[in-house]
Write a protein that binds this ligand. Structure first.
Ligand code: ADP
Ligand code: ZN
Length: 435
């Protein structure tokens, strides 16, 4: 069911009572079936019956990515493989891949969670949905496919890449909705401009973008260049992929599907829960998944949670756009730096394109950050004096806002490789022992 008012607009006390009930069921489920959880709950001295209220979730031990790697491929699976209908896996860019198995019910839940995402983004049955997330082990492709099918849309499974063909199909199939990463949306927008195809004149009116951090500035840029509403999708393989959170017409925060996922934010150092409204590491417990439920999974994503009356009527807790991943955090002159901070400052500068990357180098004992950003064509053509002037302007803007000195290199248009999936923003050039 795409719009599930009964579930999505429940009073908060009722949502939390449901979460407690589902949490206890899940704990019993994994304690009986997954030796890893049985052992870790025993060590923590906690069992399902000890959960009385929602705050008791904090008594449970965390699960981290390494636990999934140590139990690769199916050690954390709570059902026999014959009940697993599908297996996805994360990209594994940072080591061995981690697996995400689904029962038939898990797949149906995924479809429901994703259909809610589509509905909240303004998509309706009959819309033509072009899905340019990568199909395959990555959860983006089939997750969005499943959601759009559940919604009753016409799905065009282009997968990512072949950008010119994406643009041809946007025109020929009169696509209404484009799904992909925000960085790929920008690649498509730019290629369309080069081909003199005005996307603003096409029936395309909604984008559902996610799978990587992007700032509000980037959202505005994409909306202006494509003439669409750029909506958010959030999720991760460990929790079954996209469908964990989504934004609504307010575009002012990501609602979490609270009947399926219990969200917390903790201090990433002390691991103590922080009050609502404070920033920290996002933790999730899946409440209804059966093949591989996650208990207090540490996402490494930094954001804050808050509750507010939303114009859309949903009562689900909201989270801010993801600020960054703890993995991507750099420490420059003692200051914590996330790529998203640099991105939002670059988007203030009219002489550059929103195409950038950050190189981390070692200068003596200190870490040095070099920001490469593309000049607009006319700026680049104006020569070196203009180049130095813009570089100085950006360095001053970053220093003024973040208090750090970085080196800025204005590079020629198209210097930075275009993204077709998750953009690579940080290149670590430090010798291994310093990383
Ligand atoms: P991998 O961990 O290999 O990148 P996943 O596809 O599971 O594989 O990636 C999930 C991660 O992607 C999340 O933990 C988060 O860091 C990022 N992500 C997903 N959606 C968003 C979003 N809407 N905004 C910011 N980051 C996101
Ligand atoms: Zn809302």
């Amino acid at each position: 069911m795409p719009w599930n008012e009964k579930s999505e607009c429940m009073p908060v006390a009722q949502i939390q009572a449901l979460q407690v009930e589902k949490l206890k069921e899940t704990l019993e489920w994994v304690t009986k079936r997954v030796p890893f959880y049985k052992k870790s709950f025993k060590e923590a001295g906690i069992k399902a019956a000890d959960i009385k209220g929602i705050e008791d979730v904090a008594k449970l031990p965390f699960t981290v990515k390494n636990d999934l790697r140590d139990n690769y491929p199916f050690g954390l699976c709570a059902v026999p493989l014959k009940e697993v209908m599908r297996v996805h896996a994360s990209s594994g860019t940072t080591g061995k891949p981690i697996t995400g198995p689904y029962t038939a019910d898990d797949l149906a839940q995924w479809g429901e969670c994703m259909a809610r995402n589509f509905h909240a983004a303004g998509v309706r049955p009959g819309h033509v949905v072009q899905n340019a997330y990568g199909y395959g082990l990555f959860t983006g492709g089939l997750g969005f496919h499943q959601g759009a099918t559940t919604m009753g849309c016409t799905v065009v499974p282009t997968s990512s890449g072949l950008t010119e063909r994406q643009i041809t199909l946007l025109k020929d199939f009169e696509t209404n909705v484009l799904c992909c990463t925000p960085s790929y949306a920008l690649t498509i927008a730019e290629r369309a401009e080069e081909l003199k195809v005005d996307l603003k004149k096409l029936p395309l009116s909604i984008g559902i973008f996610g799978a990587e951090p992007w700032t509000a500035g980037m959202r505005d840029e994409i909306e202006a260049r494509m003439g669409i509403k750029a909506m958010e999708a959030y999720g991760l393989t460990e929790l079954g992929g996209p469908g964990v959170g989504f934004d609504c017409e307010a575009q002012s925060g990501i609602h979490i599907n609270e009947d399926y996922y219990l969200a917390e934010v903790v201090d990433p150092i002390t691991l103590e829960p922080v009050p609502l409204g404070e920033k920290g590491e996002l933790i999730f417990t899946s409440l209804q998944r059966r093949a591989m439920p996650m208990i207090r999974y540490r996402t490494k994503d930094i954001t804050r949670l808050y509750r507010e009356k939303c114009v859309c009527g949903r009562t689900f807790v909201k989270m801010d756009k993801i600020f960054g991943r703890t993995d991507d955090m750099l420490i420059i002159s003692g200051v914590n730096v996330f790529p998203s901070q640099i991105e939002s400052l670059l988007l203030d500068i009219e002489e550059v394109e929103p195409q950038y990357r950050m190189l981390v180098r070692k200068k003596g004992y200190l870490d040095q950050l070099v920001v490469q950003v593309e000049a607009k064509q006319e700026v680049y053509a104006a020569g070196d004096r203009k180049k130095f002037e813009v570089e100085a302007k950006i360095m001053a803007h970053i220093r003024g806002n973040m208090g750090i000195s970085v080196e800025v290199n204005l590079v020629e248009p198209k210097f930075i490789a275009r993204s077709e999936g998750k953009a690579l923003r940080v290149v670590d050039e430090r010798p291994k022992q310093f990383r």
